[in-house]
Design a protein around this ligand. Structure first.
Ligand SMILES: Cc1ncc(C[n+]2csc(CCOP(=O)(O)OP(=O)(O)O)c2C)c(N)n1
Ligand SMILES: [Mg+2]
Length: 326
């Protein structure tokens, strides 16, 4: 496992704060002038995307969930592209046709998401099978929520991945709710990671609010995958601070529960770690904060100023052409 240098720590912190600030600004913007994208933000869960994607190679593939904003950023989707996508402008990665829920970029190793909860989990098994058949050592990383683990897709996917020993890592973002249904109601076991045993793969519980814990466990899982030892299920325990989406009509979660998780903020936690360990100074982190704020401000301006796609592009990317096929 690569040892993290100071520059890595600073970059991980920057990515955490970039994810946080991007989504805070999107929420703010959305409530005074609705975006085309209905934000389903990952505020409170950022350490999972950043920890699991940091140090992934360009050819490693990610299959995002509906709440994996940071993963796009770590994989190299720019703030401008991301924001323009949310505004449905032609400069977004899908040329105005998709928001982050369906954002894909094959060159950066991002496979477009699906509106069907959990529907992409078997696709990650397919991309991992492709790696094995082609004798390539890239890994596929699939992100999904706790609710998705009750779909048949999840179970079929894990079984196939395990029997074929495929290079895929399943990352469950267990934020304790599927819209308004508590995980304690929809799963009869405490740890979703326990389900891995039924398929014959390691299941690991990780503190999903600790970016270094997520990084360390995911690196072990990627090493296993690249060495031909097969898949791993990582269950990252976390919590979303906001409602399911920015149009959540009611959020009945207990106020004390929300406050208790806010006290375990992944961004603040990592910031304090870097300061207490003498890895970074207050001034260095403040400079990063300022650069992120500028970057997001620029991205919003870019998105506002960009045009919508022209009508002639309505059918572009609707059907695959020969050159689109891998
Ligand atoms: C097959 C399917 N059923 C229901 C929905 C509606 N839906 C969208 S998100 C969601 C909850 C997903 O919960 P979870 O997997 O825990 O992810 P989280 O939103 O908590 O990140 C549901 C039920 C859907 N999109 N697809
Ligand atoms: Mg959930």
């Amino acid at each position: 496992m690569k040892k993290l240098a100071k520059a890595d720590h600073l970059e991980m912190y920057r990515l955490l704060f970039l994810t946080r600030h991007t989504e805070e600004r999107m929420v703010e913007y959305h409530h005074h002038s609705p975006l085309t994208e209905l934000p389903h933000v990952s505020i409170g869960q950022e350490a999972i995307s950043v920890g699991a994607c940091y140090n992934l190679r360009e050819d490693d593939l990610i299959l995002p969930s509906l709440r994996t904003r940071g993963a796009f950023m770590v994989k190299g989707i720019s703030s401008r592209q991301m924001m323009a996508g949310a505004f449905a402008k032609v400069t977004g990665s899908g040329r105005g046709k998709n928001t982050s829920h369906h954002l894909g970029d094959r060159k950066k190793g991002v496979i477009a998401g699906s509106g069907i909860v959990g529907g992409h989990i078997p696709l990650g098994v397919g991309t991992a099978l492709a790696a094995k058949l082609r004798k390539k050592d890239y890994v596929s990383v699939v992100f999904f929520g706790d609710g998705a683990t009750n779909r048949g897709d999840f179970h079929e996917a894990l079984n196939l991945a395990a029997i074929w020993k495929l290079p895929v890592v399943f990352v469950c973002e267990n934020n304790l709710y599927a819209i308004s249904t508590p995980a304690s109601y929809h799963v009869a076991i405490k740890d979703i990671a326990d389900r891995a045993a039924a398929y014959g793969m390691p299941g690991v519980v990780v503190d999903g609010n600790d970016v270094l814990a997520v990084y360390n466990e995911s690196q072990k899982a990627y090493d296993r995958a690249r060495n031909g030892e097969g898949p791993t299920l990582l269950e990252c325990k976390t919590y979303r601070w906001r409602g399911h989406s920015e149009r959540d009509p009611r959020d009945d979660r207990p106020k004390e529960e929300i406050e208790a998780w806010k006290a375990r903020c992944p961004v603040k936690h990592y910031r304090e770690y870097l300061l207490s360990q003498g890895i970074a100074t207050e001034e260095e982190l403040e400079a990063l904060d300022e650069s992120v704020k500028e970057e997001v401000k620029d991205a919003i301006k870019f998105a506002e100023d960009s045009p919508y796609p022209p009508a002639e592009e309505a059918l572009l990317h609707t059907y695959a052409t020969e050159k689109d096929v891998m």
